[in-house]
Write a protein that binds this ligand. Sequence first.
Ligand code: GDP
Length: 304
Amino acid sequence: LVRLRSRLSRSQNTLGKGLLALLSRDHLDEDTWEEIEDTLLTADIGVQPTQELVERLRTRVKVLGTRTPDELRALLREELLTLIDPEMDRELRTARHAEADPSRPAVVMVVGVNGTGKTTTCGRIARVIVAEGRTVVLGAADTFRAAAADQLQTWGDRVGARTVRGPEGGDPASVAFDAVKEGIADGSDTVLVDTAGRLHTKTGLMDELGKVKRVVEKHGPVDEVLLVLDATTGQNGMVQARVFAEVVDITGIVLTKLDGTAKGGIVVAVQRELGVPVKLVGLGEGADDLAPFEPGAFVDALIG
Ligand code: GDP
Protein backbone atom coordinates (compact mmCIF):
# COMPACT_ATOMS: atom_id res chain seq x y z
CA LEU A 1 0.00 0.00 0.00
CA VAL A 2 2.79 2.37 0.90
CA ARG A 3 4.46 1.58 -2.39
CA LEU A 4 1.26 1.98 -4.34
CA ARG A 5 0.69 5.33 -2.74
CA SER A 6 4.20 6.58 -3.39
CA ARG A 7 4.18 5.34 -6.98
CA LEU A 8 0.85 6.85 -7.76
CA SER A 9 1.17 9.96 -5.69
CA ARG A 10 3.40 11.83 -8.08
CA SER A 11 0.91 11.59 -10.90
CA GLN A 12 -2.42 10.29 -9.73
CA ASN A 13 -3.57 12.09 -6.68
CA THR A 14 -4.06 15.26 -8.63
CA LEU A 15 -7.44 13.68 -9.36
CA GLY A 16 -8.46 13.21 -5.74
CA LYS A 17 -6.91 16.48 -4.60
CA GLY A 18 -8.57 18.38 -7.44
CA LEU A 19 -11.98 16.89 -6.70
CA LEU A 20 -11.71 17.53 -2.97
CA ALA A 21 -10.68 21.13 -3.54
CA LEU A 22 -13.64 21.70 -5.84
CA LEU A 23 -16.11 19.98 -3.53
CA SER A 24 -14.86 22.07 -0.60
CA ARG A 25 -15.88 25.35 -2.17
CA ASP A 26 -18.42 27.26 -0.12
CA HIS A 27 -20.77 27.61 -3.01
CA LEU A 28 -21.16 24.70 -5.40
CA ASP A 29 -22.51 26.46 -8.46
CA GLU A 30 -23.00 25.03 -11.95
CA ASP A 31 -19.54 26.13 -13.03
CA THR A 32 -18.01 24.18 -10.18
CA TRP A 33 -19.96 21.05 -11.08
CA GLU A 34 -18.74 21.45 -14.64
CA GLU A 35 -15.18 21.69 -13.38
CA ILE A 36 -15.74 18.53 -11.35
CA GLU A 37 -17.02 16.81 -14.47
CA ASP A 38 -14.03 18.00 -16.50
CA THR A 39 -11.64 16.77 -13.84
CA LEU A 40 -13.18 13.29 -14.01
CA LEU A 41 -13.20 13.22 -17.80
CA THR A 42 -9.58 14.34 -17.93
CA ALA A 43 -8.69 11.38 -15.73
CA ASP A 44 -10.22 9.06 -18.39
CA ILE A 45 -13.03 7.76 -16.18
CA GLY A 46 -15.34 7.84 -19.19
CA VAL A 47 -18.48 9.79 -20.00
CA GLN A 48 -21.16 7.62 -18.48
CA PRO A 49 -19.40 6.81 -15.19
CA THR A 50 -18.55 10.52 -14.85
CA GLN A 51 -22.19 11.51 -15.23
CA GLU A 52 -23.28 8.89 -12.72
CA LEU A 53 -20.68 9.98 -10.21
CA VAL A 54 -21.48 13.68 -10.56
CA GLU A 55 -25.16 12.92 -10.13
CA ARG A 56 -24.54 10.96 -6.94
CA LEU A 57 -22.15 13.55 -5.57
CA ARG A 58 -24.69 16.31 -6.20
CA THR A 59 -27.38 14.43 -4.32
CA ARG A 60 -25.17 13.47 -1.42
CA VAL A 61 -23.57 16.89 -1.03
CA LYS A 62 -27.06 18.42 -0.92
CA VAL A 63 -28.10 16.00 1.82
CA LEU A 64 -24.91 16.71 3.72
CA GLY A 65 -25.40 20.48 3.79
CA THR A 66 -22.32 21.90 5.49
CA ARG A 67 -19.32 19.78 4.67
CA THR A 68 -16.26 19.11 6.75
CA PRO A 69 -13.12 18.04 4.84
CA ASP A 70 -13.27 14.61 6.49
CA GLU A 71 -16.88 14.09 5.48
CA LEU A 72 -16.11 15.05 1.91
CA ARG A 73 -13.13 12.75 1.79
CA ALA A 74 -15.17 9.83 3.11
CA LEU A 75 -17.97 10.53 0.69
CA LEU A 76 -15.68 10.76 -2.31
CA ARG A 77 -13.83 7.63 -1.27
CA GLU A 78 -17.06 5.69 -0.99
CA GLU A 79 -18.39 6.86 -4.35
CA LEU A 80 -15.13 6.20 -6.22
CA LEU A 81 -14.96 2.76 -4.65
CA THR A 82 -18.51 1.98 -5.77
CA LEU A 83 -17.52 2.97 -9.29
CA ILE A 84 -14.57 0.56 -9.24
CA ASP A 85 -16.79 -2.22 -7.91
CA PRO A 86 -14.94 -3.79 -4.98
CA GLU A 87 -17.10 -6.93 -5.26
CA MET A 88 -15.56 -8.14 -8.53
CA ASP A 89 -13.54 -11.36 -8.27
CA ARG A 90 -9.94 -10.33 -8.91
CA GLU A 91 -8.19 -13.56 -8.10
CA LEU A 92 -5.64 -14.64 -10.68
CA ARG A 93 -6.24 -18.28 -11.55
CA THR A 94 -2.76 -19.77 -11.68
CA ALA A 95 -3.32 -22.80 -9.44
CA ARG A 96 -3.17 -26.30 -10.87
CA HIS A 97 -6.41 -28.20 -11.36
CA ALA A 98 -5.64 -30.43 -8.41
CA GLU A 99 -9.07 -31.96 -7.99
CA ALA A 100 -10.59 -32.01 -11.44
CA ASP A 101 -7.47 -33.08 -13.28
CA PRO A 102 -4.27 -33.29 -11.22
CA SER A 103 -2.07 -33.58 -14.28
CA ARG A 104 -3.18 -30.32 -15.83
CA PRO A 105 -1.55 -26.97 -15.07
CA ALA A 106 -3.50 -23.72 -15.07
CA VAL A 107 -3.20 -22.08 -18.49
CA VAL A 108 -2.91 -18.32 -18.70
CA MET A 109 -2.86 -16.51 -22.06
CA VAL A 110 -1.48 -12.99 -22.10
CA VAL A 111 -2.73 -10.79 -24.94
CA GLY A 112 -2.41 -7.14 -25.93
CA VAL A 113 -0.78 -4.75 -28.36
CA ASN A 114 3.01 -4.85 -28.63
CA GLY A 115 4.71 -2.49 -26.24
CA THR A 116 1.96 -2.53 -23.64
CA GLY A 117 3.98 -4.80 -21.35
CA LYS A 118 2.89 -8.38 -22.15
CA THR A 119 6.28 -10.02 -21.89
CA THR A 120 7.16 -8.08 -18.77
CA THR A 121 3.83 -9.16 -17.26
CA CYS A 122 4.50 -12.84 -18.05
CA GLY A 123 7.94 -12.58 -16.48
CA ARG A 124 6.66 -10.88 -13.36
CA ILE A 125 3.80 -13.35 -12.85
CA ALA A 126 6.26 -16.23 -13.33
CA ARG A 127 8.55 -14.68 -10.76
CA VAL A 128 5.78 -14.60 -8.15
CA ILE A 129 4.71 -18.19 -8.86
CA VAL A 130 8.29 -19.47 -8.55
CA ALA A 131 8.85 -17.43 -5.38
CA GLU A 132 5.83 -19.22 -3.90
CA GLY A 133 7.53 -22.55 -4.54
CA ARG A 134 5.43 -23.48 -7.55
CA THR A 135 6.56 -24.25 -11.08
CA VAL A 136 5.81 -22.51 -14.34
CA VAL A 137 6.45 -22.97 -18.06
CA LEU A 138 6.62 -19.94 -20.35
CA GLY A 139 5.37 -20.25 -23.94
CA ALA A 140 6.81 -17.76 -26.44
CA ALA A 141 3.93 -17.69 -28.91
CA ASP A 142 5.04 -14.40 -30.42
CA THR A 143 7.07 -16.08 -33.14
CA PHE A 144 7.18 -12.98 -35.33
CA ARG A 145 9.66 -11.06 -33.25
CA ALA A 146 12.73 -13.07 -32.30
CA ALA A 147 13.49 -10.36 -29.76
CA ALA A 148 10.18 -11.04 -28.01
CA ALA A 149 11.03 -14.73 -27.50
CA ASP A 150 14.55 -13.77 -26.37
CA GLN A 151 13.11 -11.32 -23.87
CA LEU A 152 10.73 -13.93 -22.49
CA GLN A 153 13.55 -16.47 -22.26
CA THR A 154 15.65 -13.94 -20.35
CA TRP A 155 12.84 -13.67 -17.82
CA GLY A 156 12.52 -17.46 -17.71
CA ASP A 157 16.24 -17.91 -17.07
CA ARG A 158 16.24 -15.20 -14.46
CA VAL A 159 13.33 -16.56 -12.42
CA GLY A 160 13.99 -20.27 -13.03
CA ALA A 161 11.19 -21.14 -15.42
CA ARG A 162 11.49 -23.14 -18.62
CA THR A 163 10.74 -21.29 -21.85
CA VAL A 164 9.24 -23.14 -24.81
CA ARG A 165 9.85 -21.42 -28.12
CA GLY A 166 9.54 -22.25 -31.79
CA PRO A 167 11.38 -21.33 -34.96
CA GLU A 168 11.20 -17.67 -35.96
CA GLY A 169 8.10 -17.15 -38.10
CA GLY A 170 6.75 -20.51 -36.95
CA ASP A 171 3.15 -21.26 -35.98
CA PRO A 172 2.26 -19.46 -32.73
CA ALA A 173 -0.51 -21.95 -31.93
CA SER A 174 1.90 -24.84 -32.17
CA VAL A 175 4.32 -23.19 -29.71
CA ALA A 176 1.44 -22.58 -27.30
CA PHE A 177 0.31 -26.20 -27.69
CA ASP A 178 3.83 -27.48 -26.99
CA ALA A 179 4.21 -25.23 -23.94
CA VAL A 180 1.06 -26.66 -22.38
CA LYS A 181 2.13 -30.18 -23.35
CA GLU A 182 5.42 -29.67 -21.53
CA GLY A 183 3.63 -28.17 -18.55
CA ILE A 184 1.49 -31.31 -18.33
CA ALA A 185 4.46 -33.64 -18.85
CA ASP A 186 6.52 -32.18 -16.03
CA GLY A 187 3.63 -31.52 -13.66
CA SER A 188 3.97 -27.75 -13.67
CA ASP A 189 1.49 -25.60 -11.82
CA THR A 190 1.05 -22.93 -14.47
CA VAL A 191 1.71 -22.32 -18.15
CA LEU A 192 1.95 -18.68 -19.23
CA VAL A 193 1.52 -18.08 -22.95
CA ASP A 194 2.89 -14.81 -24.30
CA THR A 195 1.23 -13.88 -27.61
CA ALA A 196 1.87 -11.49 -30.50
CA GLY A 197 0.05 -8.17 -30.62
CA ARG A 198 0.28 -6.70 -34.06
CA LEU A 199 -2.86 -4.72 -34.56
CA HIS A 200 -2.46 -3.53 -38.14
CA THR A 201 -4.62 -6.26 -39.55
CA LYS A 202 -7.51 -6.91 -37.24
CA THR A 203 -8.59 -10.02 -39.12
CA GLY A 204 -5.07 -11.44 -38.91
CA LEU A 205 -5.00 -10.90 -35.18
CA MET A 206 -8.46 -12.36 -34.79
CA ASP A 207 -7.55 -15.48 -36.71
CA GLU A 208 -4.28 -15.93 -34.90
CA LEU A 209 -5.40 -15.39 -31.31
CA GLY A 210 -8.53 -17.42 -31.85
CA LYS A 211 -6.45 -20.24 -33.26
CA VAL A 212 -3.92 -20.14 -30.40
CA LYS A 213 -6.78 -20.43 -27.92
CA ARG A 214 -8.55 -23.23 -29.78
CA VAL A 215 -5.37 -25.24 -30.14
CA VAL A 216 -4.42 -24.80 -26.47
CA GLU A 217 -7.94 -25.90 -25.53
CA LYS A 218 -7.23 -29.32 -26.99
CA HIS A 219 -5.45 -29.86 -23.65
CA GLY A 220 -8.42 -28.46 -21.69
CA PRO A 221 -9.96 -25.07 -20.91
CA VAL A 222 -7.87 -21.91 -20.75
CA ASP A 223 -8.08 -20.54 -17.20
CA GLU A 224 -7.24 -16.91 -17.79
CA VAL A 225 -7.01 -14.63 -20.79
CA LEU A 226 -5.34 -11.49 -19.51
CA LEU A 227 -5.54 -8.35 -21.61
CA VAL A 228 -2.57 -6.05 -21.04
CA LEU A 229 -3.32 -2.35 -21.53
CA ASP A 230 -0.95 0.59 -21.22
CA ALA A 231 -2.67 3.10 -18.92
CA THR A 232 -0.88 6.00 -20.60
CA THR A 233 -2.65 5.41 -23.92
CA GLY A 234 -6.06 6.58 -22.69
CA GLN A 235 -8.86 6.32 -25.24
CA ASN A 236 -6.59 4.47 -27.64
CA GLY A 237 -6.29 1.76 -25.02
CA MET A 238 -10.07 1.58 -24.86
CA VAL A 239 -10.23 1.01 -28.62
CA GLN A 240 -7.68 -1.81 -28.27
CA ALA A 241 -9.69 -3.32 -25.43
CA ARG A 242 -12.78 -3.51 -27.64
CA VAL A 243 -10.90 -5.15 -30.50
CA PHE A 244 -9.36 -7.83 -28.29
CA ALA A 245 -12.65 -8.49 -26.51
CA GLU A 246 -14.20 -9.28 -29.89
CA VAL A 247 -11.49 -11.84 -30.56
CA VAL A 248 -11.22 -13.72 -27.26
CA ASP A 249 -13.11 -13.86 -23.99
CA ILE A 250 -11.03 -11.71 -21.67
CA THR A 251 -11.08 -12.82 -18.01
CA GLY A 252 -8.95 -10.08 -16.52
CA ILE A 253 -7.18 -6.82 -17.29
CA VAL A 254 -3.58 -5.92 -16.50
CA LEU A 255 -3.15 -2.16 -16.47
CA THR A 256 0.52 -1.31 -16.90
CA LYS A 257 2.42 1.97 -16.56
CA LEU A 258 0.08 3.46 -13.99
CA ASP A 259 3.23 5.03 -12.57
CA GLY A 260 3.47 7.20 -15.67
CA THR A 261 0.03 8.76 -15.90
CA ALA A 262 -2.46 10.90 -14.02
CA LYS A 263 -5.25 9.14 -15.87
CA GLY A 264 -6.02 6.40 -13.37
CA GLY A 265 -9.69 6.71 -14.22
CA ILE A 266 -9.07 4.27 -17.06
CA VAL A 267 -9.52 1.54 -14.43
CA VAL A 268 -13.19 2.48 -14.24
CA ALA A 269 -13.63 2.96 -17.98
CA VAL A 270 -12.11 -0.34 -19.04
CA GLN A 271 -13.93 -2.41 -16.41
CA ARG A 272 -17.21 -0.87 -17.52
CA GLU A 273 -16.44 -1.43 -21.18
CA LEU A 274 -15.45 -5.07 -20.90
CA GLY A 275 -17.32 -6.09 -17.77
CA VAL A 276 -14.22 -7.84 -16.44
CA PRO A 277 -12.04 -6.84 -13.48
CA VAL A 278 -8.65 -5.18 -13.47
CA LYS A 279 -6.65 -7.89 -11.73
CA LEU A 280 -3.11 -6.54 -11.80
CA VAL A 281 -1.48 -3.15 -12.11
CA GLY A 282 2.02 -2.23 -13.29
CA LEU A 283 3.68 0.45 -11.20
CA GLY A 284 7.17 0.67 -12.68
CA GLU A 285 9.85 -1.07 -14.68
CA GLY A 286 11.27 -3.18 -11.88
CA ALA A 287 10.85 -6.95 -11.59
CA ASP A 288 8.49 -6.66 -8.62
CA ASP A 289 6.50 -3.70 -9.87
CA LEU A 290 3.39 -5.72 -10.72
CA ALA A 291 0.80 -5.74 -7.95
CA PRO A 292 -2.65 -7.24 -7.43
CA PHE A 293 -5.21 -4.52 -7.95
CA GLU A 294 -6.83 -3.54 -4.68
CA PRO A 295 -9.72 -1.09 -5.14
CA GLY A 296 -9.52 0.31 -1.59
CA ALA A 297 -5.79 0.97 -1.73
CA PHE A 298 -6.16 2.42 -5.20
CA VAL A 299 -8.85 4.88 -4.17
CA ASP A 300 -6.81 5.87 -1.11
CA ALA A 301 -3.86 6.55 -3.40
CA LEU A 302 -6.07 8.59 -5.71
CA ILE A 303 -7.39 10.73 -2.90
CA GLY A 304 -3.93 11.07 -1.37
P1 GDP B 1 5.26 -6.25 -25.00
O1 GDP B 1 5.73 -5.82 -26.35
O2 GDP B 1 3.77 -6.05 -24.85
O3 GDP B 1 5.67 -7.61 -24.63
O4 GDP B 1 5.89 -5.19 -23.95
P2 GDP B 1 7.16 -5.36 -22.98
O5 GDP B 1 6.87 -6.33 -21.91
O6 GDP B 1 8.36 -5.58 -23.82
O7 GDP B 1 7.20 -3.91 -22.32
C1 GDP B 1 7.41 -2.72 -23.05
C2 GDP B 1 8.12 -1.70 -22.17
O8 GDP B 1 7.24 -1.25 -21.14
C3 GDP B 1 9.35 -2.23 -21.44
O9 GDP B 1 10.36 -1.26 -21.51
C4 GDP B 1 8.87 -2.42 -20.00
O10 GDP B 1 9.92 -2.29 -19.07
C5 GDP B 1 7.89 -1.29 -19.87
N1 GDP B 1 6.88 -1.54 -18.83
C6 GDP B 1 6.09 -2.62 -18.67
N2 GDP B 1 5.26 -2.47 -17.60
C7 GDP B 1 5.54 -1.24 -17.07
C8 GDP B 1 5.01 -0.47 -15.95
O11 GDP B 1 4.12 -0.88 -15.22
N3 GDP B 1 5.57 0.76 -15.74
C9 GDP B 1 6.56 1.26 -16.55
N4 GDP B 1 7.00 2.48 -16.27
N5 GDP B 1 7.06 0.58 -17.59
C10 GDP B 1 6.57 -0.66 -17.85
